[in-house]
Ligand binder design. Structure first.
Ligand code: ADP
Ligand code: MG
Length: 460
């Protein structure tokens, strides 16, 4: 209805898990919109709590980003009809914003009616169709070991990696493997957001005993996706902490995924962080070229899409850091070809991907590079900008300068200025030195490749 709001919704769709989107965002409507205020109609006043708790600041940032103006959001409860399914509508006695798709009855009391977004293992995500390369072999091996011997040496297993790199796939693969190998094991596979929603409902309806039974007594393997989401949610962390202790104490396997390293999850309780570090932490990096091509070929074969080598290489060269996007582009090309009867070739690929591929590199900023390099080498940004000559600082600084030159259009003097006012010759020297090192020192080259993948991946 409104172009600006449509843009916001598009972005939200990417960010918000789909069942939450359906439950919380879809029923709302824009009532009015001015240059500074947006009025949103909701079926009842729990929506406001939910927005406040979860996405309000994100939405405001988005609006600011799009329009360059601050916006105020006003919620008008009761302004739109209640959705047909039963939606949240009464206060949680415990003071936690209501945040679930349906009353407690759904998956706790009557397991068969798990349709409202209950998490079930996706049979398509298996180890067999997970393509292994250097970037993910460690996580893959760890996941496989945990699936072969649940509750064994890798407990808990913490898998972390960027968006679209296969965390959910691996988590499901573990579940599917265990289900096949140990048919008696009761597997709880759940997104952490849903865990929270269930918890809140159980608290509301005084069904905590059922909740605990489900996750502590009747669970042999706990697979929790996107655990970073529970950060800052005190009651959920508390409950998860006890769940964790019970399961771990009786040697039951726990696997969690996260888009961040435990230390980097802000708002994660210390005691949970330590527990995540008890076991094995495995990361997934963006896949390298060969893996990207292999993933494409696999997918093309399973979806019956004709994919010539040069098109595979074209896609893999242009989409580097997100497997979901890589697959998505292939599917789009396949659909385009079959709908129009055109042949799959580079021209078609270019046409179909026009919008995604363009302008990416230009959006990498000096800030981004400094931030990524600093975090890779575990140094402070301020030290990158300093004059300190210690090798542990000067080396990352030179790497950052090199990358600034590679990924941005900035001149040597401009880059120098950004590093605390250094001379252009310092930057030139850095670029030369790093270029040389990259050809001479394979260990360093590997680091450099990783940093480049991070820089590229964060700037799609
Ligand atoms: P994440 O949970 O890390 O955001 P997903 O597990 O949802 O990512 O992966 C996104 C898509 O990419 C899924 O369709 C998944 O099957 C696919 N995928 C990711 N990594 C691989 C891989 N190594 N081999 C095959 N498919 C992969
Ligand atoms: Mg995922």
């Amino acid at each position: 209805m409104n172009h600006l709001w449509d843009q916001v919704l598009e972005k939200l769709k990417e960010k918000v898990p789909s069942h939450s989107y359906r439950v919380w965002i879809e029923p709302t409507k824009i009532i009015s919109i001015t240059d500074s205020v947006i009025e949103i109609g909701t079926p009842n006043n729990f929506y406001e709590d939910w927005f406040q708790e979860n996405y309000l600041s994100y939405i405001k940032d988005l609006l600011k980003e799009i329009t360059n103006r601050p916006y105020q959001l006003i919620f008008k409860a009761g302004a739109v009809p209640e959705p047909i399914d039963k939606m949240p509508q009464s206060s949680s006695e415990v003071g936690i914003p209501q945040a679930s798709g349906a009353p407690a009855s759904i998956s706790i009391q009557s397991p068969p009616s798990r349709s409202q977004g209950a998490d079930v293992l996706n049979p398509k995500y298996t180890f067999e169709n997970f393509v292994v390369g250097t970037s993910n072999q460690f996580s893959h091996a760890a996941a496989y070991a945990a699936a072969e011997q649940p509750g064994g040496s890798y407990n808990p297993l913490f898998i972390f990696g960027g968006v679209g790199l296969g965390k959910t796939h691996l988590l499901n693969a573990i579940g599917n493997h265990i289900q096949r190998k140990y048919p008696n094991y009761r597997i709880c596979y759940i997104a952490s957001e849903r865990f929270m929603n269930e918890l809140i409902n159980c608290m509301r309806y005084e069904k905590m005993d059922l909740f605990r039974k489900k996750y502590r007594d009747q669970c042999d393997v706990l697979l929790m996706d996107d655990v970073q989401f529970i950060a800052g949610k005190d009651r959920t962390q508390e409950e998860f902490f006890h769940t964790f202790n019970t399961l771990h104490g009786s040697r039951r396997q726990i696997v969690v995924t996260s888009d961040k390293f435990p230390k980097d999850i802000t708002g994660l309780e210390e005691r949970l962080r330590t527990r995540f570090e008890w076991g094995l932490i495995a990361d997934i990096q963006p896949p390298e070229m060969e893996t990207r091509i292999a993933i494409l070929k696999n997918k093309a074969e399973s979806d019956d899409i004709y994919l010539p080598d040069d098109v595979a290489i074209y896609l893999a060269t242009n989409i580097k850091s997100n497997v979901r996007e890589l697959e998505g582009s292939l599917i789009r090309i396949g659909a385009f070809a079959s709908l129009t009867g055109m042949e799959v070739n580079i021209d078609l690929a270019k046409e179909v991907l026009k919008n995604i591929i363009q302008h990416k590199p230009a959006s990498i900023s000096l800030d981004d590079i400094q931030k990524n390099v600093a975090s890779f080498y575990n140094v402070k940004i301020i030290d990158l900008k300093s004059k300190k000559k210690l090798k542990i600082l000067s080396h990352p600084r030179q790497v950052a300068m090199y990358l600034c030159r590679k990924y941005t259009q900035k001149s040597f003097p401009e880059i120098g200025k950004f590093f605390g006012g250094k001379d252009h010759s310092t930057v030139m020297h850095a670029v030369k030195k790093i270029t040389h090192m990259a050809t001479e020192d394979p260990v360093f080259k590997k680091d450099l490749d990783s940093i480049e993948r991070i820089v590229e991946s964060q700037n799609y």
